[in-house]
Design a protein around this ligand. Structure first.
Ligand code: ARG
Length: 569
C-alpha cells in the first residue's frame, strides 16, 4: 500500500506545484498525509487538504479540486474532491493483480521489511524474580517483550532476547537460611517454585518472632557475594528449579531467550562502576551509602552501593547496560517492565549519560500498565495471585472440554488445546493498549465468544480447510467480482503499515486489532461469496487464493503476538 500511496502522492504533488510552485510538500510528506476514511463511502484513501492550505495559500476546496481535476493513476478506479478532501477509490482488478499476487509470492515474508538490516536490538523482557511465583503480572513483560522482538525481526533487525533474571539480592540469603532450617530437598525437587515460595513465607513468619534471623540471612547473602561454594551451590539449585518451571511456560508461549544472564552476573562489576563514578566526580557518600545525586534532573538519588558495600538493583542494571553495549553493540536496548519501574530506568539511563556515554540515548524503557485481578490488586500476601501456569491450565482445560464435545476425533488434540488456550489469554491481554491499567477478569479472558483469540484461530483454521478441500489448483489471472473480495484485499494490503506503526509505538495491540479486522473482512467474504461452489472456474480459483492469502497474513500476524497457528480446531 505504501508504494501505491507514494505513486498517488507524486501525482498530487505535481498538481500542487502547478497551483503554487513554492507551497507544495514533498511526495513523502504528502503520502504520510493520506488517510483511511472511517466510512468507505468517503473513499478507500483520502487526502484532507486543510493542512496544505497555509503553505499553498489556497482554500482546501480549491486544493482538492485542483488535484482531482483529470486525476488518473493505476490502482485508482475513481477520485473526487469533496468539501476540501480528495477521496480515492481503489481499483478491484488492480488489488487482485498487485496485492494478491504479492502476498502469494512473498508468503511468510509478506508484511516484513529490511529497514533494520545490519542493526542490532537487545530486548530485556520477562526477567522474573527467581524462586518467586511467576504470576499474571509477568504476562505483560513476557508477551509485550516477545512481540516487540518479533516485530523488530520482521523489520529486518537482528535481535537478542535477554531474560535479566532477578537472581541476586538479600532474598537469597533468606532462602539459604530457611532451607537450612526447615527445608527438605525431595519436597522441593517435587514441588518446585511453590515449595520455595512456602519456605520464603515461613522465613518471614519466623523472622517476626525472632529478628536475629534477618541478621543470619544478611550474613548468608554476604557469604554468597563472597562466592562461598556451599551457599553458591544452594543458590544455583534454587535457580535451576525456577528455570525449569519458567521454561515450561515459555515453551507454551513459543518463546526462547538468547540469554539468561540475570542480575547475578553483574554484582562483581559494581565496584568498577563505583570507581568510575568516583573518578568522574559523580559519586556522593550519603549516610554511608554511595549515591549519584540527580536533584538537578528532578529525580531522587540513584543508589549505587549500600552502606555495607553490597550491590543493589540499579548498579546491576548499569553494569548490564555496559556489558550489553560491549557484547552486542546495539542500535537500541529495550527494557519492558511495568510502569512502576519507570523512575528506576530514568535514573540508570541518566547516570550512564552523566558518565559521558552518548549511547545512553539508545536505551529505551517500554512501560506497561498495572494488572489487577477481578478488581483487586495483585498481592502475594493476601493470596490474590494468579499463577500464569494455572491460568494457562484453566484455559487449556476449557478448550479441551469444548473440543471433546465438538470435534472429539481431532488429531493432536493436546497441542491444539494448548495453542488455542494459551493464545486466548495472550490475545485477550494484548488487545489492550500497553499503557492501560488492566483489570483482568478471569471469566472474560476465558470466554471464547466474540473478538477473541479462539475466534482468530478458528478463522485461520477455516482458511486452511478451504485450501485442503480445494486441492491443487492453478490460477494465472484473478477475477475480483464481489465488493467483499476487494474489501478483504484492502485490509490485507495494510499489513506492513500496521507492523510499522506497532514498531514505532512499541504497541503490539495494533497487531491484535489488525488480526480482528482481517478476520472480520474474511468472514464477511466467506459468508457472502460461495468459494468452492462458485460456478465460474476463475472466480472459484481467485476465491481460494484469497483464502490462502488471508491464511498467510493471519499466520504472519499471529507470529508477531505469541500466537501459534492451528490448522485444525
Ligand atoms: N526482575 C525484575 C522484576 O521482576 C524485572 C527486571 C527488568 N529488567 C531489568 N534490566 N531491570 O521486577
Amino acid at each position: 500500500m505504501q508504494t501505491l500511496k507514494l505513486t498517488i502522492a507524486e501525482q498530487c504533488v505535481d498538481r500542487l506545484r502547478t497551483l503554487n510552485p513554492d507551497g507544495a510538500p514533498t511526495a513523502a510528506e504528502l503520502a504520510a498525509m493520506l488517510e483511511y476514511p472511517p466510512d468507505p463511502k468517503m473513499g478507500d484513501l483520502a487526502l484532507p487538504c486543510f493542512k496544505l492550505s497555509k503553505t499553498m495559500r489556497r482554500s482546501p476546496v480549491q486544493i482538492a479540486a485542483a488535484i482531482a481535476e483529470g486525476f488518473a493513476c493505476a490502482g485508482v478506479a475513481r477520485a473526487e474532491a469533496v468539501n476540501g478532501y480528495f477521496n480515492l477509490y481503489l481499483d478491484a482488478a488492480w488489488l487482485g493483480e498487485n496485492v494478491l499476487t504479492r502476498i502469494l509470492a512473498e508468503r511468510e515474508k509478506y508484511g516484513s521489511s529490511d529497514i533494520g538490516a545490519g542493526k542490532e536490538v537487545v530486548l530485556d523482557y520477562s526477567s522474573p524474580n527467581v524462586a518467586k511465583p511467576f504470576h499474571i503480572g509477568h504476562l505483560g513483560t513476557t508477551v509485550i517483550g516477545h512481540s516487540l522482538k518479533c516485530l523488530h525481526e520482521f523489520a529486518g533487525y537482528h535481535c537478542t532476547g535477554v531474560n535479566h533474571l532477578g537472581d541476586w539480592g538479600t532474598q537469597f540469603g533468606k532462602m539459604i537460611v530457611a532451607y537450612r532450617k526447615w527445608g527438605n530437598r525431595e519436597q522441593i525437587e517435587q514441588g518446585g517454585i511453590d515449595e520455595l515460595v512456602a519456605l520464603y513465607v515461613k522465613f518471614h513468619e519466623e523472622a517476626e518472632k525472632d529478628p536475629a534471623l534477618e541478621d543470619e540471612a544478611r550474613a548468608a547473602f554476604t557469604k554468597l557475594e563472597q562466592k562461598d561454594p556451599e551457599n553458591l551451590s544452594l543458590w544455583q539449585w534454587f535457580l535451576d528449579i525456577s528455570l525449569k518451571e519458567y521454561k515450561i511456560t515459555y515453551g507454551q508461549l513459543g518463546i526462547e531467550f538468547d540469554s539468561y544472564m540475570g542480575e547475578s552476573h553483574y554484582f562483581d562489576k559494581a565496584p568498577a562502576i563505583a570507581a568510575e563514578l568516583k573518578e568522574k566526580g559523580l559519586l556522593t557518600i550519603d549516610d554511608g551509602a554511595s549515591i549519584v545525586n540527580l536533584e538537578e534532573y528532578n529525580m531522587p538519588p540513584c543508589l549505587i552501593l549500600k552502606r555495607d558495600g553490597s550491590t543493589i538493583y540499579p548498579v546491576r542494571d548499569i553494569a548490564a547496560a555496559f556489558y550489553r553495549k560491549k557484547t552486542y553493540d546495539f542500535e537500541k536496548c529495550i527494557y519492558v517492565t511495568s510502569a512502576g519501574q519507570s523512575l528506576h530506568f530514568a535514573q540508570c539511563f541518566k547516570v550512564i549519560e552523566l558518565m559521558g556515554y552518548d549511547w545512553a540515548n539508545k536505551l529505551v524503557h517500554v512501560p506497561y500498565g498495572t494488572v489487577s485481578v477481578n478488581g483487586a490488586k495483585l498481592a502475594t500476601r493476601t493470596g490474590n495471585v494468579v499463577l500464569l501456569k494455572d491460568l494457562f491450565a484453566m484455559a487449556i482445560d476449557k478448550v479441551r472440554a469444548i473440543m471433546d464435545e465438538k470435534n472429539p476425533d481431532l488429531q493432536g488434540k493436546d497441542e491444539v488445546a494448548e495453542a488455542v488456550g494459551v493464545g486466548a489469554i495472550v490475545f485477550n491481554y494484548l488487545s489492550n493498549n500497553r499503557n492501560r491499567d488492566i483489570n483482568f477478569i478471569l471469566e472474560d479472558a476465558l470466554s471464547f465468544e466474540g473478538n477473541t483469540g479462539p475466534y482468530a484461530q478458528y478463522t485461520y483454521a477455516r482458511t486452511c480447510s478451504i485450501l485442503e478441500k480445494a486441492g491443487e489448483l492453478s490460477c494465472d489471472a484473478y477475477t475480483i467480482t464481489a465488493p467483499e473480495e476487494a474489501d478483504l484485499l484492502k485490509v490485507l494490503a495494510r499489513f506492513n503499515e500496521r507492523v510499522m506503526a506497532a514498531l514505532e509505538e512499541y504497541e503490539p495491540s495494533y497487531i491484535v486489532r489488525y488480526i480482528l479486522e482481517v478476520c472480520a473482512a474474511f468472514n464477511r467474504f466467506y459468508h457472502n461469496c460461495p468459494i468452492l461452489t462458485a460456478e465460474d472456474a476463475q472466480i472459484r480459483a481467485t476465491r481460494v487464493k484469497l483464502a490462502e492469502a488471508t491464511g498467510i497474513v493471519l499466520g504472519n500476524a499471529f507470529g508477531l503476538v505469541c500466537m501459534k497457528k492451528t490448522e485444525k480446531i
